[in-house]
Design a protein around this ligand. Structure first.
Ligand SMILES: [Zn+2]
Length: 430
């Protein structure tokens, strides 16, 4: 090979190496007066968080950023990891109730999702599970958020909820001649297996099914079990085989027990759970996902939001019972995550529930852990979300006061960063 040709080859090779090098990583420093650290379970002072691109690379205390570095100084504020709401319905509004819900198309759901995902993120929730949406509108929403086209939390989504004919996850508002049935309706072990395969095919991360009746559906009793043990086991087996988690909507005592025995990952609502099932959940590591603020909101605003009269009655029946169940579950030390069922409550008001959790026996740190470190375990995102530590996504929020003193500070988030990008920052007036 002539020397010039060899040199050209080397030059070409060098050019290729240069082209292959990633763009210069962007480093930024975030400092504040305090950090609520749910991993260690303590409040720490003078944090300096180093962020490279979308990840945290270092967390130091009492250190200063290098000269000429890009620094976001939040002054007296307290940092926390971004919060996670483990039960949302981003594709619905609070007014989509009763017969009005029949007018909501799948494309309407997609548009609602864009509006509500942004509200949820701005309220400090950088992760969420969306449990129940039509037309896989939640899959599209998750993908649009992940591609950076739409602002919103990191999502795990279920697509349509599985349910029995005439159950809480069916649509029971119209007479038979209209032929309306919800997308997720499936009866019998093989039919539910096929439905799990279908939601998996179209992009769901988690399977949601209705184990009992519910508050907002027509003609279902909250206490009554809906799926059989055989069907629940088929759902769980099929979902787990495909690497998906399973969330069971369950208010009634028997449906809760069946779902735990069948091996679901989380019991949504858990309203009438008894001590035996709390014990069983503890043994099996099942998560309780209890939206205790929802009925308080429904009893105050439900009529205005067009709830069916029977739904108002069911909300009243559930309210104090679920609060009492929550207090018993906290005492027993069972796994619990933060979940609001937003759409039942207004999107963006998610953090209103923290103070209720503290009123019913959680310490402020436990309530924060339910929405951070504990949620990350159920999401299988441990080491990724729910903490401010090296290797985690730079999903960080801030409040002005001390949320361990007054948990309602979380209702007044002043700063939100997701994946290293500032999406909200209300600078303090001097
Ligand atoms: Zn729900």
């Amino acid at each position: 090979m002539p020397i010039s040709t060899a040199r050209n080859s080397i030059l070409i090779a060098l050019c290729l190496i240069v082209i292959a090098l990633p763009a210069q990583a962007e480093t930024l420093y975030l400092k504040a007066a305090h950090l609520v650290d749910p991993i260690e379970g303590k409040l720490r002072s003078n944090p300096l968080v180093t962020i490279v691109d979308d990840r945290i690379t270092e967390v130091a205390f009492g250190a200063s950023a290098p000269d000429a570095a890009t620094v976001i100084d939040l002054g007296d504020a307290t940092l926390l990891p971004g919060l996670a709401d483990m039960h949302t319905h981003l594709t619905f509004y609070t007014s989509d109730n009763g017969y009005d819900s029949l007018a909501v198309s799948y494309t309407d759901e997609a548009v609602r999702g864009v509006v509500n995902a942004r509200k949820t993120l701005m309220a400090g929730f950088t992760a969420a599970r969306n449990l129940g949406a039509g037309g896989f509108s939640d899959v599209s929403l998750r993908d649009a958020i992940n591609s950076g086209r739409v602002p919103g939390p990191r999502l795990q989504v279920s697509g349509p909820s599985l349910g029995i004919t005439g159950g809480h996850c069916d649509s029971n508002l119209l007479p038979e001649q209209y032929g309306v049935k919800s997308q997720g309706v499936a009866d019998g072990p093989w039919a539910v297996r096929a439905k799990v395969r279908e939601v998996n095919k179209y992009g769901a991360d988690v399977v949601k099914f209705c184990a009992t009746g519910g508050v907002l559906s027509k003609g279902t009793s909250v206490g009554a079990r809906q799926y059989s043990m055989e069907e629940m086991q088929a759902i769980v087996d099929e979902a787990h085989t495909r690497g998906m988690t399973v969330a069971a909507h369950a208010h009634g005592t028997e449906g809760i027990r069946y779902a735990i025995e069948a091996g679901v990952d989380s019991i949504e609502h858990s309203s009438l759970i008894d001590d035996e099932s709390i014990k069983l959940a503890k043994e099996k590591g099942t998560w309780l996902s209890m939206n205790i603020y929802a009925t308080e909101y429904l009893l105050a605003e439900g009529e205005k939001n067009g709830l069916l009269p029977e739904s108002m009655e069911k909300a009243a029946f559930i309210h104090e019972r679920r609060r009492a169940s929550f207090a018993r579950a906290v005492k027993a030390g069972v796994n619990m995550v933060f979940s609001t069922d937003s759409a039942v409550i207004p999107h963006g008001d998610n953090a209103m529930q923290f103070s209720r959790m503290v009123d019913l026996g959680m310490s402020p740190m436990q309530a924060i852990q339910a929405a951070t470190t504990q949620a990350a375990k159920l999401l299988r995102w441990e080491g990724q979300t729910g903490g401010v530590a090296p290797g985690y996504f730079a999903d960080i929020i801030a409040v002005n006061g001390d949320p361990l003193e007054d948990i309602s500070e979380l209702e007044r988030v002043v700063f939100v960063m997701k994946g290293g990008e500032v999406v909200r920052w209300e600078e303090q007036s001097p």
